[in-house]
Design a protein around this ligand. Structure first.
Ligand code: ZN
Length: 412
């Protein structure tokens, strides 16, 4: 009995459901589930904020689904099943391995493993050629580390066969296919091949623990002119910032808001119209607080995760209406006053410390230019730029609504 044509046709459009990841906030999970009397497709895979990385994952996963779907209609005596599940192996806060277990049952069972290793701070895929020095024949190095019991099964190690691996702090783990249902893994300890590793990879190992984090924030936007320039430069530098936006700007430049959101920056609320909230009655203050969230919801389907009151002014009434933390700042270069990119940048660079929040305004081109100089210089000093959300959660802290963050250090 063949599967009716209609069933197959229905499968042409797979319904992909996206949900938050259970344990991590730097990627989400996509799932596809189809079940009928002939077959089951049960697929899960991670979805990052980087388009290029998601393409890599899809290019690994989707051929299995396509192949399964194409062959299913001619044979339907059993209930067929395709299952793709993944395991997350965390190397550092930014570096993740995803190991996919692919189980395909049609006439016979077949089992496969696919892996990807991503740096989610830069959007780069990590390949073996990024781990070993370019002049090193890593196939040869790894071949010498194959355990005897695997060697006895005669695996043929070639560059393409070595594409399945994961990394943790101590080891490179290689998955090698012996035959269609036999995949063996073995570990290559990094310290046994240390001299062959690229220095950039070694520094990833070493910097893993105590990285200096800093958050750069932009108030009073978005602007239709200066914010897109800023977004281009942030993208080029792989930096995530946090935007405390005004409702008036959100209303005027929804496309800029969409870019801010889709490029992975932090979404902050800076009130609707930049009023001094402590001088308003509570109802008027509520409107100032809620209106940007309603606008954000209609434009990007989410609301802000952090709030910065205009002028940094708040009181207990304001705190009590919050459903997010209140974020102030540590470094204020008075960019709105000086409008001098070098002066602004130098002030920030001289004062930057681990855990700081930098205040700038993305409505001035001098502030945007200053931001680029700050990022380039602080990158060289080993700082990593994160969103305010990531900064306040760095040690596993869960901020409370209305809790105030300023890190107790003021400048000027
Ligand atoms: Zn402001």
């Amino acid at each position: 009995m063949a599967v009716p044509q209609k069933e197959v046709k229905d499968l042409q459009t797979l319904h992909v459901v996206n949900t938050p990841s259970d344990n991590y906030n730097n990627f989400t999970e996509n799932s596809i589930f189809v079940e009928n009397e002939f077959y089951t497709i049960d697929v899960k895979y991670p979805c990052t904020s980087f388009e290029n990385l998601n393409k890599i994952t899809e290019n690994l996963i989707y051929p299995y689904i396509d192949n399964f779907r194409q062959q299913i209609d001619s044979k339907a005596e059993n209930t067929y099943k395709l299952s793709i599940q993944y395991e997350t192996i965390k190397y550092s806060d930014d570096m993740f391995n995803f190991k996919f277990d692919i189980y395909d049952f049609r006439d016979t069972e077949s089992f496969n493993i696919e892996t990807v290793t991503f740096d989610l701070s830069t959007g780069e895929q990590i390949l073996l050629e990024n781990i070993f020095k370019p002049e090193i024949d890593y196939v040869n190095i790894i071949s010498q580390k194959v355990p005897l019991e695997i060697l006895a099964k005669n695996p043929i190690l070639t560059k393409s066969k070595l594409s399945h691996f994961t990394v943790d702090k101590q080891n490179l783990t290689i998955y090698t296919q012996i035959n269609s249902n036999d995949i063996q893994s073995f570990k290559v300890p990094f310290n046994s091949v240390f001299n062959n590793l690229q220095s950039s990879f070694i520094s990833k190992i070493e910097n893993n623990e105590n990285q200096k984090l800093i958050a750069i924030t932009f108030d009073d936007g978005p602007s239709g002119v200066t914010t897109p320039v800023l977004l281009d430069g942030l993208k080029e530098r792989n930096v995530k910032a946090t935007f405390f936006m005004l409702g008036t700007g959100i209303e005027k430049y929804p496309d800029v808001v969409k870019r801010i959101y889709s490029e992975g920056h932090g979404i902050g609320n800076h009130s609707y119209g930049h009023k001094n909230l402590v001088k308003l009655d509570i109802e008027a203050a509520k409107v100032q607080y809620n209106a940007p969230n309603e606008l954000l919801n209609s434009i990007v389907g989410t609301h802000s995760t952090v709030f910065r009151p205009p002028y940094g002014n708040y009181n207990d009434n304001i705190k009590s209406m919050m459903d997010t933390p209140i974020i102030l700042w540590d470094i204020d270069p008075y960019d709105w006053k000086y409008k001098d990119a070098d002066k602004i940048a130098n002030h920030i660079i001289e004062n930057a410390q681990d855990g700081d929040i930098i205040l700038l305004h993305d409505i001035y081109s001098t502030s945007v230019q200053a931001a680029f100089k700050v990022i380039d210089t602080l990158h060289q000093q080993g700082f990593k730029f994160v969103t305010v959300d990531e900064l306040i959660r760095r040690n596993g802290n869960e901020p409370n609504a209305g809790e105030v963050f300023r890190f107790e250090r003021k400048s000027e």
